[in-house]
Design a protein around this ligand. Sequence first.
Ligand SMILES: [Zn+2]
Length: 86
Amino acid sequence: MSFINKLSRGIKGAAQALKADEYEINGTKIQCVHCGNHHFELGEAQLNTAGLTFLNLDWANESASILACKKCSHIMWFAKSAKRVI
Ligand SMILES: [Zn+2]
């Protein structure tokens, strides 16, 4: 393989890593329930609220993953951390 080819592949790899926006939880790739898209914006939110404590849901008092679909903007919440798919 020529140097140019290697360089080109390296640049493509870096670009793909930058726009890696697919996630999984428990080994299952996350798909938008509304439009079927696989590309998300990841955010996190604390679930440690008085409401959850009152409801005896302290097990959920962790940070949640919030995934906003890049296509239709549907937002999905997961109590576990989402892993980025590379
Ligand atoms: Zn969507």
